[in-house]
Design a protein around this ligand. Structure first.
Ligand SMILES: Nc1nc2c(ncn2[C@@H]2O[C@H](COP(=O)(O)OP(=O)(O)OP(=O)(O)O)[C@@H](O)[C@H]2O)c(=O)[nH]1
Length: 310
């Protein structure tokens, strides 16, 4: 994910439905029923359905049950067992009308079960409803990752990203850095200029710090209050100091007057960082604690500076 989370649905892009059926005539008929509603992609067996689902990440899958090779129930189980494809809603579209089959299909994770022969307008309406739900679900997911004040990632997104990156770097035996940032004398800023100006200041800082991260993998998030945090994979202590300095300078360059600060006439940022190669005896929480200690060292040393621990 990027640092700036777009909590809107964006322009209403056409959603994609993957239809899976071993009979070309069925694929063509279902595609004809749905083409006014969505983009349609098709697979004629279980193996290509699994591949296409992982590649295209469709918004919905319409899945036949009886197919040569991997059957529809097994395809559904494998889709739900993969973190990548598990969120994609699956509807079985099948000639198996036995309630036991229907119950099994729903129990293994399908969101709906439609028995063939189906009525075209009913199928179209059901697919439309499920696509609307999928869009709402996606919007909620995005909002849950977004900090409401600044529009950058929130602590929840940060935690998930840090855990993922920790495991990834552990496998590669490569370093990971965390930077913790805290606006200096922000209580005094609020007291002197008011909470609304404080909010505006936090928004400006969030943008500046997120932009200063530049390209490559990593994430800047609002950690809470006037604290921000950043995860940077493949970064050693020297490079972490460099990125931290760039972020500190980006806030300095905003030249936001801070009449109540004893550090500088402008708003400044203290940054504490830590780097480690993930391995036994160390977890992501310990790295965060090290960065937090470095932040307090930066505060004690006079603020408006970067301190890195290894
Ligand atoms: N405007 C605004 N203020 C906030 C927000 N979240 C936290 N704060 C304020 O941030 C201030 C943080 O103050 P302290 O933790 O005492 O730290 P500080 O004054 O920045 O001092 P040092 O960190 O020691 O430099 C508090 O006054 C909070 O009310 C917010 O969303 N908006």
């Amino acid at each position: 994910m990027s640092d700036i989370v777009d909590p809107s649905c964006g322009p209403a892009t056409r959603q994609t439905v993957l239809i899976v059926d071993d009979l070309p005539v069925n694929l063509a008929f279902v595609a004809g029923v749905l083409e006014a509603e969505c983009e349609v992609i098709a697979a004629s067996d279980g193996t290509s359905a699994l591949r296409l689902a992982a590649e295209a990440l469709p918004d919905l899958i319409l899945l036949d049950v009886r197919m040569p090779g991997i059957g529809g129930f097994e395809v559904c189980r494998r889709l739900k067992a993969s973190a990548l494809t598990a969120p994609i809603p699956v509807i079985f579209l099948t000639s198996l009308s036995d309630p036991d089959d229907e119950a099994e299909g729903l129990e293994i994770g399908a969101i709906d079960y439609i028995v063939k022969p189906f009525n075209a307008p009913v199928l179209r309406a059901r697919v439309r409803n499920h696509l609307r739900l999928a869009r709402q679900h996606e919007l909620l997911e995005r909002m849950a990752q977004c900090d409401g004040l600044t529009g950058i990632a929130n602590w929840r997104a940060f935690d998930a990203f840090l855990e993922r990156q920790w495991r990834h770097q552990e496998r590669l035996r490569r370093p990971l850095a965390v930077l913790m940032m805290d606006v200096d004398h922000f209580k005094a800023y609020n007291d002197a200029l008011g909470h609304l100006n404080g909010d505006r200041c936090l928004r400006q800082i969030a943008r500046a710090v997120a932009d200063a991260r530049l390209r490559g993998p990593g994430l800047v998030a609002r950690f809470g209050g006037e604290e921000f945090a950043c995860v940077l994979p493949d970064i050693d202590a020297g490079a972490a100091l460099h990125v931290g300095e760039r972020m500190r300078e980006a806030v300095e360059a905003l030249r936001i007057p801070h009449p109540a600060s004893s550090t500088a006439p402008r708003v400044t940022l203290s940054i504490g960082g830590a780097t480690a190669i993930p391995g036994p005896g160390l977890d992501a929480g310990a790295l965060l604690e090290m960065a937090d200690e470095a932040l307090y060292a930066a505060k004690r040393a006079g603020r408006d500076r970067v301190v890195i621990r290894t």
